[in-house]
Design a protein around this ligand. Sequence first.
Ligand SMILES: [Zn+2]
Length: 309
Amino acid sequence: MTDAPDGVPVVVALDVGGTGMKCALVRPDGAVVHAERHPTGAERGPAAVVDTILEVAEGLAGKARADGLTPIACGIGVPGLVDEAAGVAVWSSNIGFRDVPLRELAATRLGLPTALGHDVRVGGLAESRLGAGRGVGHVLFVAVGTGIAAAHVVGGSAAAGAHGAAGELGHIQVRPDGPRCGCGRPGCLEAIASASAVGRRYTELAGTPLTAAEVADRAAAGDELAGQVWREAVEALADGLATAQALYDVETMVIGGGLARAGARLFDPLRAALRERMTFHREPRLVAAALGDEAGCLGAALLALDRLE
Ligand SMILES: [Zn+2]
């Protein structure tokens, strides 16, 4: 239903998170020509969220046409378990998706070929093809935010796993006697080294609520307690990344999410801690993600374009 065949082609792209949706019109070369944000409104239940996704996507396609552009495809990234081959949002803890055939729903509503992807995998796709992993054949993208998850991207394509659950790096057990994770096991990586875990741990010990970035600042300023919490997180993260390197043997690890905003305060000790853990494995290059907030939308657009080919 592309009614303006001469217009510049664009992809309608949505990156659906637990609290907000980032949305964009993306040209095939990766340029964002329009961006908007909407609240996810997860508290309204998954059916209402699906309605909002479809309305926003339809609105973006209409906006494209009104601006003389031609929407050629739609790409949507969502959290949780995603069956990318079937186009189904299988399960999500923060939005409540249970087997939602989101690709089919969007394709029908928009009349456009649509791709559905996992939020971290599409982020990894974008970082490996347009961002910090550009030109690298084997990349592990690790998002360290409220949780920790990874995408293994080889030759510009991210492996989803047999059940849509590849890359759950946050649930590697690194401290068997550590704090209990949201998944129920004790000592998962994300229970210790996620941005939320770092803030929570400091608050527990000091009684003052701080974000992970503030803990990093205080640690750098010589606050002993902050230094201890930060070191524990860095050591745990290095354990997780060493395990990942044993499994994946990548050239570059791209670290994104809230924790990566600590910059050198994260990367300097993390590189050193990871180096200590390498025996015969080759040390990967550790770099900060380059695309920031836009990675999800760009990756969703790339996934949609891949499906057109
Ligand atoms: Zn866990």
